[in-house]
Design a protein around this ligand. Structure first.
Ligand SMILES: *[C@@H]1O[C@H](CO)[C@@H](O)[C@H](O)[C@H]1NC(C)=O
Ligand SMILES: *[C@@H]1O[C@H](CO)[C@@H](O)[C@H](O)[C@H]1NC(C)=O
Ligand SMILES: *[C@@H]1O[C@H](CO)[C@@H](O)[C@H](O)[C@H]1NC(C)=O
Length: 333
């Protein structure tokens, strides 16, 4: 046996000894594993428990501060509770924001009346919350759901469209399956391809496969798509008048991972680069309008157990918080 191998084994041995867990959390750990259907090998259990306990500490501390009125949102140790921040960020890649000629983007209308509350779910524009799983396919769900809304507006029928179709078939446009994707390339794919299948004919698998799109099964097509100029005013105008909008945000912080309710505000959030695509379905405010608790309402693709039944309220009117207005598109159907 070489000295190197011996050393490695020793290090592992030491590492395992230091992973003593807090017995007072035993029952919470068991309940969490059952709730989220986790099943580890013996070697893995200790490591995952240690990560979970770290996350538990962060979340509990945050919620104490929430109770003290120091922030406006709560957190919980959800299905991602056994992942380190590093592991979670690996699922996200900064999306280089493409530059567009200004005349192509939609300017905000000035002086027009906009409602104080918008929620397209109430008007039937929004399908059920999906779960992308461990596949980095947020861009596919964001684009599919934006098209679902505009198809509903046009036809009066709400149909879940196939994110798997997008994952499997948009590689030639520049996407990379479960590794990463770009909402711009994805709209371009649907436009060039002449259609997109429904979730029912091309169900989600959460891994990249061969492209199996069939034109005769196409359930939606688009005539083009537009980018919205990067201000919250333009975004508000668009979501109020057009319908749900595909947006990008900076979601690379653990406060996002473990968000459970309230108005999300993360001081570390950036507004120039985005790394996660979601669907903007409306906006509003809590309390009195003058309180300043204004929010954007977004639909995520991490399942219904994440956030507020799969949704998040994100701070509105805070310098384009987390880049909500930086990379916004809608399809023309
Ligand atoms: C966990 O996985 C092992 C092996 O994969 C299996 O034998 C066992 O039944 C599983 N336990 C639960 C609770 O799912
Ligand atoms: C948080 O709540 C306080 C108190 O209502 C409010 O003044 C503040 O603007 C809120 N912050 C955000 C980011 O919504
Ligand atoms: C980003 O935020 C900074 C301050 O936090 C602000 O000055 C800037 O205008 C924002 N950028 C955009 C594009 O809104």
């Amino acid at each position: 046996m070489s000295p190197f191998v011996l050393l490695t084994i020793l290090c592992l041995g030491v590492a395992r000894d230091t992973q003593s867990s807090d017995p007072s959390l035993d029952s919470e750990w068991q309940e969490w594993k059952i709730k989220y259907d986790k099943n580890y090998s013996l070697e893995e259990e200790g490591q995952r428990r240690a990560v979970w306990e770290e996350n538990m500490k962060v979340v509990k501390q945050h919620n104490i501060e929430y109770d003290q009125g120091k922030n406006n949102f709560t957190m919980e140790v959800n299905a991602f509770g056994d992942m380190t921040g590093e592991e979670f960020r690996k699922m996200m890649i900064d999306i280089p924001v493409l530059r567009f000629r200004k005349k192509k983007s939609i300017q905000s209308h000035t002086g027009g009346y906009l409602p104080k509350f918008v929620d397209w779910r109430r008007r039937g524009y929004v399908t059920s919350v999906k779960n992308q799983g461990r596949c980095n396919s947020c861009w596919a769900f964001s684009v599919a759901s934006a098209i679902e809304g505009q198809m509903f507006r046009k036809t009066g029928r709400l149909v879940s469209l196939s994110a798997q179709n997008l994952v499997d078939c948009s590689r030639p446009e520049g996407n990379r399956g479960c590794i990463s994707g770009h909402t711009f390339y994805t709209f371009k794919y649907v436009w060039n391809n002449g259609g997109l299948e429904a979730e029912s004919t091309y169900p989600y698998e959460g891994r990249e496969g061969h492209c199996r799109y069939l034109p005769e099964r196409s359930a939606a097509r688009i005539k083009g798509f537009s980018i919205i100029s990067s201000t919250e005013e333009a975004l508000m105008n668009a979501v109020a008048t057009i319908g749900p909008i595909s947006v990008g945000i900076d979601a690379s912080h653990e406060s996002f991972t473990f968000y459970s309710g309230g108005i999300y505000y993360e001081p570390k959030c950036r507004n120039k680069t985005v790394n996660h695509a979601v669907l903007l379905v409306g906006y509003g405010y809590e309390g009195k309008e003058s309180d300043g608790r204004k929010y954007w309402l977004i639909k995520n693709s991490h399942g219904e157990e994440w956030g507020m039944n799969g949704y998040m309220k994100l701070a509105r009117g805070w310098n384009n918080h987390c880049g909500i207005a930086t990379y916004a598109f809608y399809p023309r159907v």
